[in-house]
Design a protein around this ligand. Structure first.
Ligand SMILES: C[S@@+](CC[C@H](N)C(=O)[O-])C[C@H]1O[C@@H](n2cnc3c(N)ncnc32)[C@H](O)[C@@H]1O
Length: 312
């Protein structure tokens, strides 16, 4: 998770192959999705029944931090505020060509298409997410604006310089080769285009090394995601700079993610019976994962939003 790996003190360092979703997984048509890629090894979690996520996430099923700027903010309003924040940081005004890498259940692509009329492309290896996004796009009347591709971003074949903005919310944690990801993102952007990355990070290299093999880390790595590495912010910035990006801004969203996960935990507790009816034992596993994640914020872990520009 961001979202997938929100705050778990994990450095899921096992090797992951990218062969499951081979290069050039095809494009979906009108809010549809290609299905030529196999299920990715990192997506055991994301290929769970989408209804499970509907029982503890907000109505958009956004699986990453919200933005809490006032007391008493609900999960719903925090996630809407975060989507507006992402659009603002990307400099979007309406009608742009956008790519959301690790699109989850489509919160970003659907928001950008419905609210700003963007031509929004999403990428994810998790097969079940694509049918969900296609159905929501049709319900919202934006099927012509939304496309998704099933596959790994690292091996997906997309035209160079074809996007005004690229976003990764809670997905770069699942990608072993940071340099490749930043280089590909830059190649896909037009000159002047922006990249938004929000991710959970160990607070520095020492915490990264120390907590990699702790029990909580192993639990999240083995029982939830399969692979993930919460690299310190400095590693993300180094990869961005080496790829040729200019760094525009860094926001600290650590407290925002803590609040988000508190809301998710409340929702898991409130709907435990329904979650377990879909998949027995899942409520307890989810709670443990989210508690591990929230234990580290501000001590071992941080959550940042990094914005870069292809300035030349
Ligand atoms: C924590 S979820 C975040 C979803 C979404 N960004 C959101 O904020 O709701 C991480 C997403 O990254 C996707 N993902 C994992 N590895 C990926 C890869 N190599 N390429 C593209 N997407 C990937 C997962 O399938 C999942 O949809």
């Amino acid at each position: 998770m961001t979202a997938a790996l929100p705050a778990a003190p994990a450095t899921l360092a096992t090797a992951r192959t990218l062969s499951g979703a081979g290069a050039g997984a095809g494009a979906g048509a009108g809010a549809g999705a290609s299905t030529s890629a196999g299920v990715a090894d990192t997506n055991q979690h994301y290929d769970l029944d989408p209804e499970i996520f509907g029982l503890f996430l907000d109505s958009r099923r956004k699986y990453s931090s919200g933005l809490y700027r006032t007391d008493g903010t609900t999960l719903e309003s925090a996630q809407l505020a975060k989507l507006r924040f992402v659009a603002e940081r990307l400099g979007l005004r309406g009608g742009e060509r956008t790519l959301d890498v690790g699109c989850g259940w489509g919160s970003v692509v659907l928001f950008l298409a419905a609210e700003l009329g963007c031509h929004a492309v999403g990428v994810s290896p998790a097969g079940r997410q694509h049918a969900y996004i296609a159905a929501r796009a049709a319900e919202l009347g934006v099927a012509e604006l939304v496309r998704t591709h099933q596959g790994h971003f690292e091996t997906l074949d997309l035209p160079p310089a074809s996007f005004d903005a690229v976003s990764l919310l809670g997905s770069i944690v699942h990608m072993p080769d940071l340099d490749l990801v930043f280089r590909r993102a830059r190649a896909l952007l037009r000159r002047g285009g922006r990249l938004y990355v929000s991710e959970s990070c160990f607070r520095n290299a020492a915490a990264h090394a120390e907590f990699d093999r702790r029990g909580g880390t192993e639990f999240v790595r083995n029982s939830i995601f399969g692979w993930g590495d919460m690299r310190p912010l400095s590693e993300l910035i180094r990869a961005a700079e080496d790829a040729g990006f200019s760094v525009r801004s860094v926001d600290d969203l650590t407290e925002d993610y803590r609040h988000t996960i508190e809301h998710w935990l409340d929702n898991v507790a409130a709907h435990a019976d329904q979650i377990d009816a879909i998949r027995p034992g899942t409520a307890q596993t989810l709670s443990r994962y989210l508690q591990v994640a929230n234990a580290g914020w501000g001590f071992t872990t941080k959550h940042y939003a990094l914005v870069c520009q292809k300035s030349r």
